[in-house]
Design a protein around this ligand. Structure first.
Ligand code: 0RQ
Length: 501
């Protein structure tokens, strides 16, 4: 459907995915669109994977650097990882094949804060960006691009890459036009100015992505749906976690520390985050707003019910059911949803100014409140820090949540010492499990340990945690953050050796 491509100069660059993939040589860094399964290029990456496989058959090494917004899909991360075609991956991924390669030491991976990626590239910290491969929903006559279902780092890729390959996906809803807010005012120091975004609903930029047509080496037409994230209905634990958070928020409103319509919400990926949104949708709060990264099913429900008046994000992350519903009526949501570049959706300045309430999942927390979001048993990457650090440090309230146990009760998610730290004790204000909520604000390390063990640990692991903490209090050389260093990580070792903590 070339009616989506209104620029004659770019129309002349239309070619097949295979022809476009043939323009990507080994050794280059490629900036791909895509954020949590939305707006990633659908055909060029898999055509490239095929090309890499063919090269490998002839004994030739063929690897590229893959930079994205965040996670993508099996036809991008999965396909390229499968043929061992990725030299370096950044910044966030959640693909099983990719994860396996990284943990086997076959793929380099840099886990950076999502808000840092663009400025790292502008400053040249990551080397040269050679090629951008970006999905768009359409091309205007003057060459400007209608962004797709995610913005991610696309503005930066289009701006910084020497060459650009565009995928124009006619499956994307034409009503996306006008939903985006692309801010072109960001600068590097020492020339930075305040970003003039004062409320979630503010529009400070343009509806389109700019792109120099002279850099475009290929335009590929597609008609292919986004990958959908399947959400399970909230389980017992998620409902309990949501319940604790709701009760806490009501308490904060009563105390006068939060306004009646709360503050802009940020909610991470996954079932618990979705359950919290479902809880809020049933709850007493009205006129809520969200300043977040991804817009999940739960938030869409809240927009539909009228509880959430405006959501600002960088991408959709919806189940197929929710996506079908959204697409059937996208025009209706134009006043409620704004999609921005991830350097803006995750910008520390704005998160701090708006006073965001950040709610993110975690792998484990220790008794002092250090949080591990990324590494299983200290060495194996799960997904990456994503935006959790951007939000946690700068939020008005920073909440981390997890079931108290993992793997059928063999693992305690509350441990003596976190086996990897993404969010330090200074960035973690509230910990929640199905057991309860620990409000760590204003507490010293020893007071925090008491609150975390008492409120968050599973009864099965509580006695062992109490025992560790008591002996640490007695024998630790320093009494500020008592630890028994020879024992601090013994729970993880026990799991690795015996299959249970
Ligand atoms: O493993 O899938 O093999 O069964 O971790 O755990 O309980 O389903 O939780 O889906 O909310 O994910 C931290 C990974 C939690 C996620 C993390 C195992 C568990 C399971 C998933 P299986 P659950 P969730 C904005 C915010 C970082 C990025 C972020 C995440 C799997 O929230 O990636 O916050 N966060 N971004 O079995 C060993 C433990 C474990 C454990 C859980 N203690 N030890 N394994 N698991 N706890 C979004 C973006 O930035 C894009």
């Amino acid at each position: 459907e070339s009616s989506r491509i209104h620029c004659p100069r770019l129309r002349s660059k239309i070619m097949s995915a295979e022809a476009a993939a043939a323009l990507i040589p080994s050794g280059v860094n490629v900036g791909m669109s895509g954020f949590t399964g939305a707006g990633y290029p659908k055909v060029v990456p898999s055509a490239l994977a095929k090309r890499i496989m063919d090269a490998n058959i002839y004994g030739k090494k063929f690897k590229i650097g893959v930079w994205t917004g965040a996670s993508t899909a099996p036809d991008l991360d999965g396909a390229l990882a499968m043929v061992d075609g990725v030299e370096m991956r950044l910044p966030y991924q959640s693909d099983p094949t990719c994860r396996k390669r990284i943990n086997a030491g076959e793929m380099e991976y840099i886990d950076i804060h999502l808000s840092h990626v663009a400025q790292f590239v502008w400053s040249g910290f990551l080397g040269k960006l050679d090629i951008a491969v970006v999905e768009v929903a359409g091309i205007l006559e003057d060459g400007r691009l209608i962004p797709s279902s995610s913005v991610g780092n696309n503005k930066t890729w289009l701006d910084q890459a020497d060459k650009v390959i565009l995928e124009v996906n006619s499956w994307q809803n034409p009503e996306l036009e006008g939903m985006h807010d692309i801010y072109y005012g960001t600068q590097l120091p020492p020339n930075r100015k305040p970003i003039p975004l004062l409320r979630t609903q503010d529009r400070i930029g343009e509806a389109y992505l700019r792109c120099d047509p002279a850099k475009v080496i290929a335009v590929v037409e597609t008609h292919s749906p986004d990958r959908n994230s399947a959400f399970s209905a909230p389980d017992e634990n998620s409902r309990k976690i949501a319940g604790h958070i709701l009760e806490f928020l009501e308490h904060e409103v009563k105390k006068g520390r939060l306004p009646a319509n709360l503050l802009p919400l940020q909610s991470g990926v996954g079932n618990i985050a979705n359950a919290v949104m479902a809880g809020l949708n049933q709850g007493p709060f009205e006129n809520l707003t969200a300043y977040t990264e991804v817009l999940q099913d739960g938030m869409l429900e809240m927009i539909k019910s009228g509880k959430l008046t405006c959501a600002s994000a960088t991408a959709f992350s919806l189940s197929s059911g929710a996506l079908a519903e959204l697409n059937a009526d996208l025009g209706r949501y134009k006043n409620n949803i704004i999609l921005r570049p991830q350097e803006i959706s995750n910008h520390p300045e704005i998160i701090r100014r708006l006073g965001v309430i950040a709610m993110n999942g975690m792998i484990e927390a220790d008794i002092y409140g250090n949080v591990n979001s990324t590494h299983v048993m200290g060495t194996k990457i799960m997904n990456g820090i994503g935006g959790s650090g951007d939000f946690a440090r700068n939020a008005f309230l920073s909440i981390f949540m997890t079931p108290s146990q993992a793997r059928g009760g063999e693992i305690s998610c509350i441990v003596p010492m976190a086996s990897h730290v993404d969010h330090t004790e200074h960035d973690v204000q509230i910990l929640v499990t199905e057991q309860g909520l620990a409000d760590l604000r204003g507490l010293s390390p020893k007071q925090r340990a008491r609150a975390v063990i008492d409120n968050c640990a599973h009864p099965h692991f509580k006695p062992a945690l109490n025992d560790y903490y008591k002996r640490a209090l007695d024998h630790s050389p320093g009494k500020q953050t008592p630890h028994l260093l020879e024992e601090a990580l013994s729970w993880h070792l026990r799991y690795l050796r015996q299959g249970a903590m």
